[in-house]
Ligand binder design. Structure first.
Ligand code: ADP
Length: 260
């Protein structure tokens, strides 16, 4: 039995997955605390508890993500672009475009038919078009991040959020609330705003089917639906979208052990 561990330390969350023999998931966890916090330590504790394994049972560990350089317990590190591509193409071999929206950035990756990344484009300069934008808006509306989808589904006339800057958009949302725009339409407008920003990024690199969404924001059906409309193509995603980087890292760790 060969156990490998993939760790993905993001700006907002820490994620991990343990695989058996490079394919079967033994444990996975997402801790809502990212780099520079106790998140990675809590994550490791949860993974060992879930799997019943000890550190010495793990044959190889690869760490990825924005905070990977702060994590000392791995055997090696790889970029999140490499690991996301690997995780996504393991689950969806037909995917040629990955749209990864995390807590602090958005990336669009072009993959070839081997699942290898050939090009990418990224927004890490501006909170608009990232999970941060949604987190800020959910807070203003006193909603949980996981409830945005439910609200957006009920919309019949999504609000227009014209500000591209998160700070201005925040005032715009507050003033629309004050004018009596209802919650579902406001939330749908917020999801639409993220989708438009990311679609602009994606179109610069070119959209090739299949298109997959990964990262935490992929769990938000409001953003997925708006992005599908913007791009005019269906989007596939996994319930474990937030774990794609950790999965990819654990897969690479297995390849290292097998000397592939
Ligand atoms: P990072 O790797 O940068 O830490 P993630 O890929 O983990 O980021 O994504 C974090 C973002 O995912 C959060 O900012 C939040 O907007 C979104 N998110 C997290 N959980 C959920 C959920 N249950 N439903 C919808 N969106 C979510």
């Amino acid at each position: 039995m060969i156990y490998t561990l993939g760790i993905d330390i993001g700006s907002t969350t820490s994620k991990g997955m343990i695989l058996k023999n490079g394919s079967d998931e033994i444990a996975s966890s997402i801790v809502l605390a990212g780099t520079g916090t106790a998140g990675p330590k809590m994550l490791m504790e949860q993974l060992y508890e879930q799997s019943g394994l000890k550190p010495e049972d793990i044959a190889f560990t690869i760490v990825t993500g924005y905070g990977r350089k702060t994590f000392q317990e791995a055997d090696d590190q790889l970029s999140e672009l490499t690991c996301h591509s690997k995780g996504v193409s393991f689950l969806f071999p037909q995917v040629r475009t990955v749209i990864d929206i995390g807590g602090q950035d958005a990336k669009v990756l072009a993959l070839n038919d081997q699942g290898k990344m050939t090009n990418f484009i990224m927004n890490d300069k501006c909170a608009a078009g990232t999970g941060r934008f949604l987190d800020v808006m959910a807070q203003i509306l006193q909603l949980k991040i996981g409830d945005l989808e439910k609200e957006a589904e009920k919309a019949d006339n999504p609000a227009k959020i014209s500000s591209t800057c998160t700070v201005f958009a925040e005032s715009e949302v507050i003033s629309q609330l004050a004018m009596g725009v209802d919650m579902p339409n406001l939330v749908a407008g917020i999801c639409q705003s993220v989708a438009s920003r990311v679609a602009g990024l994606a179109k610069r690199i070119g959209i090739h089917e299949q298109v997959c969404m990964s990262g935490g924001v992929a769990q938000n059906g409001g953003v997925r639906k708006a992005l599908q409309n913007e791009l005019g193509v269906p989007i596939v995603y996994s319930e474990q979208a937030q774990l794609m980087g950790a999965l990819g890292a654990a897969l690479y760790a297995y390849e290292r052990v097998m000397n592939k």
